[in-house]
Design a protein around this ligand. Structure first.
Ligand code: PMP
Length: 376
């Protein structure tokens, strides 16, 4: 049988595996940083209404520029993220993964490089590979914060075209300070090379921004034309199945991604559903508050059990510290045997658990207590 490698596939894709967390049917699934709360019934009804309306026009292509949706996303950001933006500064796509892909299609690509500080969201490197962008791995401190001085030095040395800063960072939960982002931005501005006369685009991936103890980094885009903030409705809005991500940046960045986006990339059904969800922002942000409380409880209780826990500003918690990669994998398997699925991100000695409902978190904590005894 023909395998992938028998095909005339691009060399850099040979022998690689696709991104994918296990989708296992177990009682407690806390492995993909989803929101555990289903959308409220009144929102489900409103989605049905708006989608019905959209369905009547499905013979036509959707609004290619998604202006109504971008206007409502801009309103949401202006109301909750400490800085006023309008729709010309906002762009939306099918999940923030697609937003990031469009950014790399426009600002990365063959002969260009992107740099991220690892461990971080593994899709940054994978989207780089998919777009033919070279990938550079920058340093972090032992506590998983960004070592600003080393990061600035890495940018100065490699002169990348795109710099990824994930805050709060997946999988560690660590938030990045405003000072660090500004220092990285300055370094990126200065990183001109023989190849190009421009600095690097800095992409702040704030997929988990709403869960942070700190305010959004959105205000930093003011006056900084190469700073981009990326967000998603997959986490705080509890709508991972919707596939809606967005960015906020200078209008020129929005113009640039329009050069590479596929025409009509956001279906009328997606736009209608996202608009319905945005009408229920306050209810959904109420769930975020509950999840933040549960996240903080997970941190406290895991520490009481004797685990090391990385300070978290996200809807998940990184815990350990187990005996290397084998140790963390053994604990991952033992938790699974207790019906609890967490994530082994390949950070040796550490695992990641998503904050679920109070009942799911109790089941997880009971399983950790049992497993720590079993594996002693
Ligand atoms: N950025 C980060 C840091 C993430 O963890 C994720 C999802 N796990 C995404 C972006 C992509 O999310 P989506 O495509 O669902 O918006």
């Amino acid at each position: 049988m023909t395998g992938i490698d028998d095909l005339p596939i691009r060399d850099e894709l040979r022998g690689k595996s696709p991104y994918g967390a296990p989708q296992l049917d177990v009682p407690v699934r806390l492995n993909t940083n989803e929101n555990p709360y289903p959308l409220p019934e009144e929102l489900v009804a409103r989605i049905a209404e708006r989608v019905t309306e959209a369905a009547r026009g499905l013979n036509r292509y959707p609004d290619r520029d998604a202006v109504e949706l971008r206007t409502e996303l801009a309103r949401y950001l202006s109301r909750t993220a400490g800085h006023t933006v309008d729709h010309r500064q906002v762009w939306a796509a099918n999940g923030s993964n697609e937003v990031l892909q469009q950014l790399l299609q426009a600002f990365g690509g063959p002969g260009r490089t992107a740099l991220g500080f690892e461990p971080s969201y593994s899709m940054h490197a994978l989207i780089a590979r998919g777009t033919g962008t070279g990938w550079l791995s920058g340093p972090r401190n032992d506590d998983f914060t960004i070592d600003t001085e080393a990061a600035v030095a890495a940018i100065a040395e490699h002169k990348p075209d795109v710099v990824f800063v994930c805050s709060p960072n997946n999988p560690t939960g660590t938030a990045v300070t405003e000072e660090t982002v500004l220092a990285l931005y300055e370094a990126a501005q200065a990183a001109r090379s023989d190849r190009h006369e421009h600095g690097a685009l800095v992409v702040v991936d704030e997929a988990y921004g709403e869960f942070s103890h700190h305010p959004s980094l959105l205000p930093l885009i003011e006056g900084r034309d190469t700073l981009v903030l990326s967000r998603t409705m997959s986490k705080a809005f509890g709508a991972a199945g919707l596939r809606l991500g967005y960015l906020a940046a200078a209008p020129a960045v929005v113009d640039a991604v329009q050069l590479v986006r596929l025409p009509y990339h956001l279906s009328a059904v997606t736009q209608a559903t996202a608009l319905a969800a945005l009408e229920h922002t306050d209810t959904l942000l109420g769930y975020v508050e509950q999840l933040k409380t549960e996240r903080d409880r997970l941190v406290t209780e895991l520490r009481a059990i004797g685990c090391q826990v990385t300070a978290s500003d996200a809807n998940f918690v990184q815990f350990g510290r187990f005996d290397g990669a084998a140790g963390s994998h053994a604990v991952w398997e033992a938790l699974l045997a207790h019906g609890v699925l967490v994530r082994d991100n390949g950070v040796p000695g550490w695992l990641r658990v998503t904050a679920g409902t109070p009942e799911e978190n109790d089941a997880f904590l009971d399983a950790v207590r049992a497993v720590t005894k079993e594996l002693k």
